[in-house]
Design a protein around this ligand. Structure first.
Ligand SMILES: [Zn+2]
Length: 252
């Protein structure tokens, strides 16, 4: 069995441990009523990327496909494929058996999908099978690509413009995701007589960055944050969406 290793966890496809999954911000699904999860780095990237798309194009992007368990992939696959009989065109194989395609869009054989690694999304309203010129996709994809989202797999035989896969090596904003795990550069000693400093804080988890009167913005750790507070910095608590917006506008 193929396995992946991430953050000290080794697991099979469709078995990504809960400990390394994170929620996407906002409600997802076709009707925006569902909670979606991806692997930690992919989730952080998607949240930044969606905020970036919103800030730069005004478009909201959300997803109807995300991390899938093995059994969910089995269900998808069997909705769209039937064991092939003699003479049928075999489109794919699973567990040594040939299948014919009966759906309108493909599903990878269980155990082989990037959805099973928590690294793929299916974006809502990004064009139909083989339709690569949907305006929402044309506007949003180049920005998503800056954040590591690739369409190579979608452009293969499956021809799915909505199916994107996260590649951490292509994420040009990945360092922004490290705020919880990587210590930021040391902050200068706060100077009560100096520039007024504003703390932009995400209410849900306390992630924060500071903005000086001169406009410089920098992520700070908890110790530095306390020092800034003690020095009289004003704190602004934001919702997840507001924080993402502020990050996009101020931290770039
Ligand atoms: Zn997909």
């Amino acid at each position: 069995m193929t396995t992946n290793t991430y953050a000290g966890h080794t697991y099979g496809n469709g078995e990504t441990p809960a400990a390394i999954l994170a929620n996407l911000e906002g409600s997802q699904g076709v009707n925006r009523t569902e909670t979606a999860q991806l692997r930690l780095d992919a989730a952080a990237s998607w949240n930044r990327a969606a905020a970036d798309v919103k800030a730069r194009t005004g478009l909201e992007v959300w997803v109807r496909g995300w991390n899938r368990t093995y059994m969910e992939q089995v269900t998808f696959y069997l909705e769209r494929h039937t064991p092939a009989a003699a003479g049928d065109r075999v489109c794919c194989r699973w567990n040594g058996r040939g299948y014919r395609f009966t759906g309108t869009a493909h599903a990878a054989p269980p155990g082989t999908s990037n959805h099973g690694w928590g690294l793929a999304v299916d974006v809502v309203d990004f064009g139909g099978v083989g339709q690569w010129n949907h305006p929402r996709r044309v506007a949003a994809f180049p920005i998503l690509a800056e954040h590591g989202w690739t369409d190579t797999e979608g452009r293969s035989a499956i021809q799915e413009p909505w199916h994107l896969v996260y590649d951490p090596a292509r994420d040009r904003h990945a360092n922004q995701a490290a705020q919880k795990t990587t210590p930021p550069a040391p902050a200068p000693a706060p100077d009560p007589e100096g520039d007024p400093v504003q703390i932009i804080r995400r209410a849900s988890d306390g992630a924060a960055f500071i903005v000086t009167a001169a406009g410089a913005a920098r992520i700070v750790n908890t110790t530095d944050l306390t020092a800034y507070k003690n020095a009289g910095a004003r704190e602004v608590n934001l919702t997840d969406a507001g924080y993402a917006e502020a990050q996009t506008r101020l931290l770039h």
